[in-house]
Every structure is written in C-alpha cells, then in structure tokens.
Design a protein around this ligand. Structure first.
Ligand SMILES: [Zn+2]
Length: 439
C-alpha cells in the first residue's frame, strides 16, 4: 500500500529540514522524502512536524507502573529490596500487563523502537502485541554462568513466539557489580546483541574499584569487586564492541571515554534517570567529541519519571548545557539526532531505522505544535524538542502502520490491567528491607 504524509516541516535527520515536506510510504518502507509539491499532500498534518520515530536506547517496559517506588531513598539495599519484594507480588500475566502499558506509553510518546532490558521476558510479548519495534535484552544476573544461562534459556523459550524481524532477542548481563566476568563472557558467546549498565554512579565505581564505599556493606548482594571500573573490566576481556549498548556511562574518565568510542560501543544516555537517582551528569559532550555512538534512553519509571521522550530530549539539552556551562554545546537539532539516528546506531539498527531516508523502515512520528509558543515556525527541531509532548503526538507509524493515533486508540483495558498490577504491588505494606532486618 502506498500512502503520503505531509506537514509544515519534515525533519529527515539525515539531510536538511524540508519545509512543506512529505514522506511517501510503500508498505513497510519509506519510498521517498521531499516536498509536498513534488510528492503530493496525501494525509496533511497542519502546524505539524514529521520526524523519524524516536528510538529509545534504554528502557525497562516491565517497570512501567513503578512510578515513585523508593523515590529519594539514599540506601541502595533498601531501594533494591523494595523493588524485588514488589516485583514478586505480581505473576506472569501481571508482568505482561505492565509491559503492554509501557509499550503503549512509548508509542504515545512517538517512540517506535526500544532497546529494552527485560527481567521476565514480558516486554517481548508486549512489543509484539502492540507493534513496537524492539531489541528485548533478556536480563541475567549472578556469578554462575551455567545457572544464569539456564534461566535465560527458560525465559527465551517462554517468549519464543514473540520474536520476529521486528522484535529481536538480545541478552543483558545486568552490570559489572551484579554479574561475574565469566557470565559476561558466556553471554558474548551467545552471539546476540548485548545491553548492560556501566558506571551509573560514584558508589558503583567506588565498589568496583575497592570493594568499599557506600556499597561495601552489601557485598552479599553483589559479585566480588574486580578492582577496576566496568569499562576497563569489559575492555580488558574484549567485551566491548558495536554489538554492545551500555546504559548510563555517567562516571567516566578520559581513558574510558576513549575506550567506549574506539570500540564503537553504544552508549545509552539517560539523563532524567541519572538525575532522579542522584548519580550525576554524564559527559555527553566529551563522548560525542570522542566519536562515541551515543543514543538516548528513558530508562523506566522505576527511576526516571516516565517514558516521555520529549522530556528526555529536553533534559539531554539542558543537562549538557549545564555541565558545560555553555548554551552552544548541544542544539535541539543535535538532541533530536541523538534520540533518533544516534540511538539507532547505539543499538546497531541504523541501517533500518533512525532517519527518514528512502529504503528505511517506515517508522515515523507526527508532532503537532498547534497553539504552542513555537508557532509560527522558526526552528522546527527546537519546536519539537522544546515544545513537544506526548499530548502533541498525532500519530506514530511503525513499519508503515499507525500503531498510535491521538484520539483513535482505546487502551482503557490495557491501562486498567496495568493499574491492577500496581495495586497488587502496593497492596501489602512493604516489609522491612533485608539490610534493616539484619542490622
Ligand atoms: Zn536500566
């Protein structure tokens, strides 16, 4: 099927902005991008900008209803214990309900692809059902590779039917403090895309380097300190590379930035999550200057407030400018590029998605700026990044199919099911954390 979408502006991200632009979709691919005059108006969106679907380089859809859980807790063990206890109060169906709610929220925010770290595998089912493109990295934890990979295989089998060209499997060895190097190596041997968490906080780095610091008291929850940071540890074992995406990367020195860049490792920059957890501000400008493959991730409402990708892009801009104390360190257009093509590169999907170019998948988002302070248009990228919001997303297309249309989707049942799951998690008073009990 052939269809044309047109709007005041088309921002292809690869290639200059097109005023009065149009995108031609044939079946699941983009056939042409140009002016509406040349290509026809088709479905015309007024006061609107057409952008590539956002690529969320790091999410946990299964934590979509965890908003506010443990907010502000300074004690890591208390925070993680609360999560584990609450997570255990819902069953498989509950995990699927929550993940579907997360997938719906992503689509409603203009996100067309996620790199999702999934504990139960429910995210794969959710993405398959709602039509969200995904790499679902099934999470593994611990020191023992045999046990962890048995667990991985069990989850992979359970959700095998969900995997397709659009929803592909990956593996996520969680982090260097929760996964042994032997397990990282075993994951690499699977030959799947890999996601992990690296250098999220100063407390993590202190523990990895010395086994001490704020996390020193929780050794029983963690693997032994390797005496080096996550980046150095993985680099030493040849475990960085273009098939790896590392979330956070906040606490990095110059050497580590160089290693991430030279190995073409993907970096998922999650500034709202990092801010909410008091982790710091990642060296985005330095990573970009080094040539690292940086994308943008929302993380999940377990830390960041929401899957609102516009809020994330704004925070990308504001945090970069605050850190550098310069307004010209990152433009809105550059942030948009990071959240589309940059994220696609970080996930190794840039041949297929991330920009509006003939031949790529027809993953397209339409944002209305009607009635906003950004009309009449001056800089359409600034209008989207600073003036956009999920409320302003008119339509989200994945593989040329409208997977979200404002006012046209009935997600009431899905939302009610997710709220029931949250209620189940809140139903019992939180038990005292492990660390407090043993104190
Ligand atoms: Zn994460």
């Amino acid at each position: 099927m052939r269809r044309v979408l047109s709007a005041d502006w088309v921002l292809p991200v690869e290639g200059p902005p097109i005023e009065a632009g149009a995108v031609v979709i044939e079946d699941d691919r983009i056939a042409a991008v140009g002016t509406a005059e040349g290509l026809g108006e088709g479905t015309r969106y007024d006061d609107a900008v057409i952008v590539p679907g956002f690529v969320n380089a790091h999410s946990h859809l299964e934590y979509a209803v965890y908003g506010g859980f443990g907010d502000g807790l300074g004690d890591f063990a208390e925070w993680i214990t609360l999560h584990i206890q609450r997570k255990a109060r819902i069953d498989w169906a509950g995990h699927v309900d929550v993940a579907k709610f997360g997938a719906a929220q992503c689509l409603a925010s203009g996100i067309t692809t996620v790199g999702d770290c999934s504990y139960s595998g429910a995210a794969a089912v959710a993405c398959a059902e709602l039509g969200l493109r995904a790499t679902v990295y099934l999470e593994v934890f611990g020191a023992d590779p045999t046990r962890a990979l048995e667990h991985f295989a069990g989850i992979r089998d359970r959700v095998a039917d969900a995997f397709s060209e659009r929803v592909r499997p990956g593996v996520s060895p969680h982090a260097p403090y929760s996964v042994s190097i032997e397990l990282y190596e075993a994951c690499a041997e699977l030959g799947l895309p890999i996601a992990t968490h690296i250098s999220e906080s100063p407390a993590e780095v202190a523990y990895l380097l010395t086994g001490e610091g704020a996390w020193g008291d929780y050794k029983d929850l963690l693997v032994a300190s390797p005496g080096k940071t996550g980046t150095h540890l993985l680099a030493q074992h040849d475990l960085l590379g273009p098939n790896v995406v590392a979330a956070h990367c906040v606490v990095l020195d110059e050497d580590e930035i160089g290693l991430l860049a030279s190995t073409a490792t993907g970096v998922a920059h999650c500034p709202r999550s990092n801010g909410a957890l008091g982790c710091g501000v990642a060296p985005l400008a330095e990573l970009r200057a080094a040539g690292a493959r940086v994308g943008v991730g929302t993380d999940s409402p377990a830390s960041a407030p929401s899957f609102d990708f516009f809020e994330e892009l704004r925070t990308v801009v504001l945090s970069a400018r605050s850190r550098a104390a310069r307004p010209d360190v990152l433009s809105a257009g550059e942030a948009l590029e990071l959240g589309t093509l940059g994220s696609a590169r970080a996930l190794g999907l840039d041949r297929e998605v991330g920009s509006l170019v003939a031949g790529k998948r027809a993953d397209v988002t339409v944002v209305s700026l009607e009635g906003s302070a950004y009309l009449p248009f001056e800089d359409p990228a600034a209008a989207v990044v600073f003036g956009g919001s999920p409320d302003r997303v008119v339509a989200t297309y994945v593989d040329g199919e409208a997977r979200y249309e404002k006012g046209g989707m009935d997600w009431q049942e899905l939302t009610a099911a997710a709220h029931s799951a949250r209620l189940a998690m809140l139903a019992q008073p939180a038990a005292r954390p492990v660390a407090a009990r043993s104190a």
